[in-house]
Design a protein around this ligand. Sequence first.
Ligand code: 77Q
Ligand code: MG
Length: 214
Amino acid sequence: TQSTRPQRLLGAVQKNATRGDPRSVVKAIDEFCRHKEWAMNVGDEKGCILDSVVSELNPATVLELGTYCGYSTVRIASLLPPHAKLITLEFNPDYAKIACQVIAWAGLEDKIQLVEGSSAEWIPKMKEHFGVKMLDLVFMDHWKDDYLPDTKLLEDCGLLRKGSVLLADNVICPGSPDYLKYVRRSPRYKSQYFRSHLEYTKAEDGLEKSVFLG
Ligand SMILES: O=C(NCCCCCn1ccc2cnccc21)c1cc(-c2ccc(F)cc2)cc(O)c1O
Ligand SMILES: [Mg+2]
């Protein structure tokens, strides 16, 4: 039977990356997506911006919405301090199965909790189910129409503290106009746009970093 793109991406990781070496996993995926098949990872250019935000923040608790094949999951987790935790949510079970194996190849299972389901279902359960008190960083990379409702849900569930950071991928392409308007207008956020390009292409895209002011 035909393989899927995520399965072929995993194959490229297992063929070209060194077990236990997250940077080689990231490199193998970027090479595959640049030279073989495009895939919707945050990619190397926006990935560097992601790395700088994570490194500066040194977060203890991170929530990622949209795991896909685990590329940004591995990028973030490889920069976390020893006892930090990354919870990553994936709606698509086939993506989750691949991401689980990519994360294992990188040797980052201990830092990452991969959960299958929707943000609407799991955000309200964060505290009771995962013992999460507050989120230091939320990386949004799931359905673009869900960025805004999920931001409001995060606020309502008391998961954001003064200084919590929302980092949203694809605010230009495919775009999340209602989310951008909200975080840029709201007095409760300090927002900043990091201009870049859609992964592996010349099209414009960027990351929006929004600090919750409490
Ligand atoms: O659609 C994108 N990502 C979301 C995939 C589905 C997420 C589903 N999901 C996961 C967790 C979760 C939790 N709750 C509810 C739903 C949830 C995406 C698309 C493009 C893109 C595609 C074509 C094109 F021509 C240009 C750009 C580029 C990106 O970087 C992207 O991220
Ligand atoms: Mg994305």
